[in-house]
Write a protein that binds this ligand. Structure first.
Ligand code: HEM
Ligand code: HEM
Length: 180
């Protein structure tokens, strides 16, 4: 099949793989954090907050790169339903990359906790203090993280389907790898 389709621009590819690693790390840190009552809880949460804010900033940069550089088109022979699923899941991933860190930040603000990124760097609150809002946002953060993980699993399955079964150049448009 066609393997000479165009690629995502370099900035989009670098951001994709960097953020994939960071987001997967964050999902595991998050789950490990809430499952631990040892002193590791404090240590994990000290990593979780700045890394989450870094993901938020990178997601904004990535959206700008995306809007300035249209992605390579999907193969013309891909069924319309699969094209729709690809576009919908990509925009859902972008949305979750922005909303999950914002909900985490809002949750801590609503709980009245200082949002410390380091010993001295403190972010301003973005939500008024409210125990009810804290509880709702806490659950929302966990459910959205679960939705992100499920969407990632579907995305991984689709990427492998393109790369191993259809061999239609979609996977290499993101890896940059071109078999000779
Ligand atoms: C893409 C970014 C992020 C991801 C994927 C993520 C993911 C998670 C996950 C999976 C959990 C565990 C939920 C549970 O099972 O109950 C969690 C908890 C938490 N997250 Fe995030 N998070 C992100 C960003 C943030 C940010 C930016 C903040 C705050 C500035 C934050 C603050 C928290 C807090 C306070 C908890 C609860 C910790 C606890 O109860 O011990 N998260 N996060
Ligand atoms: C949490 C991890 C990941 C996230 C959040 C993520 C997110 C995204 C997003 C938002 C796009 C759309 C790019 C655009 O149109 O601007 C995309 C494209 C793509 N991703 Fe991922 N990705 C992740 C992991 C992976 C992995 C592990 C693979 C491969 C094994 C992969 C393979 C691809 C491919 C091949 C495309 C291009 C699809 C196309 O041309 O429509 N991604 N990814």
């Amino acid at each position: 099949m066609n393997t000479s389709s165009p690629q995502f621009v370099l900035a989009a590819r670098v951001l994709h793989w960097l953020m994939a690693a960071l987001i997967l790390t964050m999902l595991f840190i998050g789950v490990g954090m809430v499952a631990s009552v040892s002193e590791r809880h404090e240590w994990l949460i000290r990593i979780h907050k700045p890394l989450g804010i870094a993901i938020l900033l990178l997601a904004v940069v990535r959206l700008i790169v995306r809007l300035r550089n249209p992605p390579p088109p999907l193969p013309a022979d891909l069924p319309a339903i699969q094209k729709l699923a690809a576009h919908a899941s990509h925009w859902l991933l972008y949305l979750l990359m922005l909303v999950i860190p914002l909900v985490g930040w809002a949750m801590l603000s609503a709980g009245g906790y200082p949002v410390m990124l380091s010993d001295s760097l403190r972010l301003p609150p973005i939500f008024p203090v409210s125990p009810v809002a804290f509880a709702v946002l806490r659950h929302t953060h966990a459910w959205l993280a679960m939705l992100l993980f499920l969407t990632f699993l579907a995305h991984l399955g689709a990427a492998l389907y393109h790369g191993l079964i259809r061999r239609d150049g979609v996977l290499s448009s993101m890896t940059g790898y071109r078999p000779k």
